[in-house]
Ligand binder design. Structure first.
Ligand SMILES: Cc1ncc(COP(=O)(O)OP(=O)(O)O)c(N)n1
Ligand SMILES: Cc1ncsc1CCOP(=O)(O)O
Ligand SMILES: [Mg+2]
Length: 233
């Protein structure tokens, strides 16, 4: 497959004059996609169970930073079982190999983490493959061309979970969902209080870490807090 030529991102914006020429597509309601804290211990399994039992969660991403794959695999085993028992997709961050080793439902790839085409080859046609696209229309279209199952845009709000270089605006979600069927994920500093414009703009998933795991009343309360903005209240 040929790569898309590099295009000026601004040139890809949808002219509002033509927006009504696109048929509104049916899209399922926006769902929660939990991202793990960057560091966990064996006690995290209990927190994950509490979070997943508190309300609908579509996916859980294991995103551990600064430890080797063997340790991640040991920590992951009970978490895979917890997700599987609840039909929550278990997604591994960064590593196609680790996703395969764990029998994960998919992998999330940043721009430096590998090619979705390789992920597809190694993980198979059922795997859920996501790609970080920052605030770039070009990267998102490229990811779609390469077979991504979802594209992730962000960061929408300031976050302490990751040092970010790109800031995305809700209009990007509106453009993407008007033109493409591939689901889009919004990420970065999302809380129950600031998420409404992202849902209104068309986000298919809200990827959330600290607002759930750092909720003052615990992760179950963190998940429940999103019910209103996700129309589940
Ligand atoms: C759903 C989702 N979106 C974006 C990211 C960020 O991925 P990446 O840019 O590779 O950064 P790290 O998470 O690896 O620090 C993500 N993990 N998940
Ligand atoms: C992994 C990642 N990628 C962009 S922002 C971010 C952090 C998401 O965590 P939080 O919901 O705590 O901001
Ligand atoms: Mg990464």
């Amino acid at each position: 497959m040929n790569d898309l030529p590099e295009i000026d991102d601004d040139a890809l914006k949808l002219d509002p004059a033509f927006a009504d020429q696109f048929e509104p597509q049916f899209r399922p309601a926006c769902q929660l996609y939990l991202i793990s804290p960057p560091a966990i211990d064996d006690g995290f399994a209990t927190l994950l169970e509490a979070a997943l039992d508190a309300g609908p969660v579509a996916a859980f991403q294991l995103r551990l930073k600064g430890i080797d794959d063997h340790r991640i695999a040991a920590l992951a085993a009970p978490l895979v079982a917890i997700c599987r028992a609840r039909e929550v997709a278990f997604i591994v961050n960064d590593s196609i190999g680790l996703a395969k080793r764990l029998g994960a439902d998919g992998v999330h790839l940043g721009q430096e983490d590998g090619d979705p085409r390789d992920a597809r080859e190694q993980l198979g046609k059922e795997a859920q493959i996501g790609v970080t696209c920052h605030d770039s229309r070009h990267l998102a279209m490229e990811a779609g061309e390469r077979g991504a199952d979802y594209v992730a845009f962000g960061a929408f709000f300031p976050t302490t979970t990751k040092t970010v270089e790109h800031v995305a605006e809700p209009a990007l979600l509106g453009w993407w969902t008007t033109v493409f069927e591939t689901p889009c994920v919004a990420i970065g500093g999302i809380t129950a209080d600031n998420a409404a414009p992202l849902v209104a703009a068309g986000a298919d998933f809200l990827a959330v870490s600290s607002a759930v795991w750092g909720h003052p009343d615990g992760p179950a309360a963190g998940v429940r807090a999103f019910a209103g903005v996700l129309g589940q209240g």
